[in-house]
Design a protein around this ligand. Structure first.
Ligand SMILES: C[C@H](O)[C@@H](O)[C@@H](O)C(=O)CO
Ligand SMILES: [Mn+2]
Length: 584
């Protein structure tokens, strides 16, 4: 896993100055490293390691020595720290792609902030953007406390920087190709390669057939998984008309097929040493995939059971093997939504909701259809997020923290919470869209989760853009919910979403948010993480076309200020255009 490099920067002149600063500077580096390691984990649960340069960096020779150590240690992002004046171009991190931040101590015995401003000037002049971390209140030199405002910025920068570094060199695996003419499924290799550092891998869905027929999966695991399904997956109502209902025997076989599909998709993504034991060494390796998508509709689902079980289980934080990191799998192989899920996962460490952005229900329409008024947080209308497939079971909202519903990183989830998520989910025989059968998850997300809905779109003449809507999950009274749910698809999971409104522009009202959504899907993360998404997007040079993130959470490199900080959306577009994608 990538590490965080800490660069203690010092005034190189000896004979008093440097010597007086050695200890305070190194101490700043040590406290930043300890703080980050204590407060961050990788999404796979591993601790985040920091690497401190062996010496303080007073000039270019020591900068080069630090660089040599960092490349040996797989450093993916750096934070330069200093309480004093130092020599900007001689000490700065000039790596072309690594996210960079500078923490300039706010003190006045020595001018750390003067260095900070000067080195940012150098970064901007050289086109190597860096984030500025400058404490709000003056501290005394030697004060080792990291103030809360600095802590927040260190974490926001580091988590997004780790996401950049973690993606770099991995693959996105398309299982199948374009589903039902959805443009988001089209693999734009330039986007993956130049903005994300991700390579594209492809496999035809016939590979599932081959592996099922030749039994290229772990048969022991298959038996365990099937037993687990029988014991843990509650059957839901079959709402199909009589002539479309599949027989019990067909359903029994469909369960076997969807469990095999799940094992196969996972093995395709990340490999499985068990396959080498049965003579399939190539298959055992997998595709180094950090995210994937399954076309499903229609080439597969017109004949075979749908991918809903496979997608829902893989994207959840648990299965028959226990509690584990969720896999990022996009339904319909909507690659752009798959990458949005990946962003959300790397920033929150938790499972994600993948959904169609299906319906805006205005208070008037709800009144007309149900005779009832929407109330509370739903009073201004709601957006119905619903799709078969990969809404993680974590999205039932049955994990809790201090009694409130949460989608947690897997290492915080308890076995009781796993059972509660499974209890809250029904597996319904797939409806008529799916001629080959299968099972869809039906649940309703619990009310009261702060969430962030997001989506990447590719725009001709611009490139990728990101849209973000922070808001809350709500629940509707049963009489309203049931009527609205019946009108859409009662066999699919529902999340009722209400964006936070600002009263103007794209967040004037709930309708305007829905009306400006850029495509049919969204990815939803737990928490108000729009600020983190903005920071990540700026590192990758993806402009944010729509967001309702409070100003104090918007944290981008200082380069953006020079492009017109007063009009942030325009500045974002200009900065991303001027810099171009992170990788060339
Ligand atoms: C079953 C239908 O084809 C749905 O899957 C369809 O509305 C979509 O999800 C489109 O994204
Ligand atoms: Mn869809």
């Amino acid at each position: 896993m990538p590490k965080i490099g800490i660069r203690p920067i010092i005034d190189g002149r000896r004979g008093g100055i440097r010597e007086s600063l050695e200890e305070v500077t190194m101490e700043m580096a040590r406290s930043a490293a300890a703080f980050l390691s204590e407060n961050l984990r990788h999404s796979n649960g591993e601790p985040v390691e920091c690497v401190i340069a062996d010496t303080c960096i007073g000039g270019v020779a020591e900068a080069a020595q630090a660089e040599e150590k960092f490349s040996r240690e797989n450093v993916g992002l750096t934070i330069s720290v200093t309480p004093s004046w130092c020599y900007p171009t001689e000490t700065m991190d000039t790596h072309p792609t690594r996210p960079k931040a500078i923490w300039g101590f706010n003190g006045t015995e020595r001018p750390g902030a003067v260095y900070l401003a000067a080195v940012l000037g150098a970064h901007n002049q050289k086109g190597l953007p860096a984030f500025s971390i400058y404490g709000h209140d003056v501290q005394d030199i030697g004060d080792t406390e990291i103030t809360p405002d600095v802590q927040e910025k260190l974490l926001q920068f580091a988590k997004a920087g780790l996401a950049v570094a973690t993606m770099n060199g991995k693959s996105y695996l398309s299982m199948g190709s374009v589903s039902m003419g959805i443009a988001g499924c089209i693999v734009d290799e330039t986007f993956f390669q130049r903005y994300l550092g991700i390579r594209n891998e492809y496999v035809d869905m016939t590979e599932f057939v081959r592996r099922m027929e030749l039994e290229i999966y772990d048969k022991e695991e298959f038996e365990i998984a099937l037993k687990w399904v029988k014991e843990n997956c509650n059957p839901g109502a079959d709402v199909n008309p009589e002539h479309l209902k599949r027989t019990d025997e067909q359903k029994e076989n469909d369960w076997k097929t969807v469990v095999k599909m799940t094992l196969i998709a996972r093995d395709l993504m990340v490999g499985n040493p068990k396959l080498a034991e049965i003579g399939y060494g190539e298959e055992a390796l997998g595709r180094n995939a950090i995210a994937a998508g399954f076309q499903g509709q229609r080439a597969w689902t017109d004949f075979f059971p749908n991918g809903d079980f496979m997608e829902a289980i893989l994207t959840s934080s648990f299965d028959w093997n226990g509690i584990r990191e969720p896999y990022m799998v996009a339904t319909e192989n909507d690659t752009l939504n798959g990458i949005t899920m990946l962003f959300g996962h790397l920033l929150t460490d938790a499972a994600q909701i993948f959904a169609d952005v299906r319906t805006y229900w205005s208070p008037d329409a709800v009144k007309r259809v149900t005779g009832r008024e929407l109330e509370g947080k739903a009073a201004n209308g709601v957006i119905h997020l619903i799709n078969s497939g990969p809404a993680a079971l974590d999205a039932t909202g049955r994990q809790t923290r201090d009694g409130e519903p949460v989608m947690k990183p897997f290492w915080e989830i308890t076995q009781d919470e796993v059972q509660a998520c499974l209890e809250a989910t029904q597996w319904c025989p797939a409806v008529d869209f799916f001629r080959g059968g299968g099972f869809s998850t039906d649940f309703t997300t619990r009310e009261g989760m702060p969430v962030t809905m997001a989506r990447i779109n590719l725009i001709a003449g611009v490139g990728p853009v990101l849209q973000i809507a922070e808001g809350y999950t709500v629940e509707l009274p049963d009489e309203i919910h049931d009527k609205l749910d019946q009108r859409s698809n009662p066999t699919w999971p529902t999340t009722w979403f209400v964006p936070n409104l600002t009263g103007e522009g794209l967040f004037k009202d709930v309708y305007t948010v829905m009306n400006n959504w850029g495509s049919n899907h969204a990815a939803v993360s737990y928490g108000h993480v729009g600020g983190d998404l903005i920071t990540l997007a700026s590192m990758l040079r993806i402009p944010v076309c729509m967001h309702n993130v409070p100003e104090d959470r918007v944290f981008r490199p200082s380069y953006w200020t020079a492009l017109g900080g007063i009009e942030p959306v325009g500045a974002d577009y200009r900065a991303c255009a001027a810099l171009g994608p992170l990788y060339k």
